[in-house]
Ligand binder design. Structure first.
Ligand code: AMP
Length: 214
């Protein structure tokens, strides 16, 4: 199965992607998680990406497209992928299309998650992220069992540096300008399915599952 999950920062892409991957057995490719790992390890790519990420801007297309090539191939060898955070620009979507054409494959689902602005800002402003596995929690909505510790892997929970109010404003603006056009891109290909992501995690998952099973 090949799935693209779209939606603005804070809408719940990462949370839903992890559930889909777990329950449907599809490999999740989360560009944000990959980049954060590169930053943590101090690689050349990480050093390049960090300044863009810290200010809430997009890492340049050519860097992302290069990085994705190997991840897409590796996932395809084990039955497909669930893309979380890619593509984020029309240029990236075109590169993905080229990859699919070159491998004779196609996307099965493109799902766009959406929620009202105030819901998204609330989710982002209380978000806690595991520095080891990327699992996310919320200070009030979805607390971990033990304060400061990830339920899944025991890693340390922290507030992402790009979840500060200024970077959040930039990320939402960048989404509106550079990523929202993807909705029309996939709608015009007849691939896009809209899912209301304003409910609780399991409610949203049930809506996504309906699309995946349709
Ligand atoms: P995320 O965890 O998906 O919110 O991504 C965190 C940050 O990583 C973004 O704000 C961007 O700086 C960078 N990033 C992730 N995916 C992409 C992408 N497909 N294109 C460009 N930048 C990306």
């Amino acid at each position: 199965m090949r799935i693209v999950l779209l939606g603005c920062p804070g809408v719940g892409k990462g949370t839903q992607a992890k559930l889909i991957a777990l329950r449907k057995g599809v490999r999740q490719i989360a560009t944000g998680d990959i980049l954060r790992q590169e930053v943590e390890q101090g690689t050349e790519l990480g050093l390049l990406a960090q300044e863009y990420m810290d200010r809430g801007d997009l890492v340049p297309d050519e860097i992302i497209i290069n990085m994705m090539q190997t991840h897409l191939q590796a996932a395809d060898e084990v039955g497909g992928f669930l893309l979380d955070g890619f593509p984020r620009t029309v240029e990236q979507a075109r590169a993905l299309d080229q990859y699919l054409v070159s491998t004779g494959k196609s996307l099965d689902h493109v799902i766009a998650l959406s929620a009202p602005g105030e819901v998204v800002v609330h989710r982002l402003s209380g978000r806690l992220t595991c520095n080891n596995c990327g699992a996310t929690y919320h200070e009030t909505n979805r607390q971990p069992r033990n304060f400061g510790t990830c339920d899944v892997c025991g890693g340390r929970l922290q507030i992402r540096s790009d979840d500060d109010p200024e970077a959040v404003r930039t990320r939402l603006q960048v989404y509106a300008e550079r990523s929202a056009p993807l909705l029309d891109y996939y709608r015009s290909q007849g691939l896009l399915r809209d899912v209301d992501a304003s409910g609780e995690v399991e409610e949203v998952y049930a809506l996504i599952e309906k699309v995946l099973d349709s």
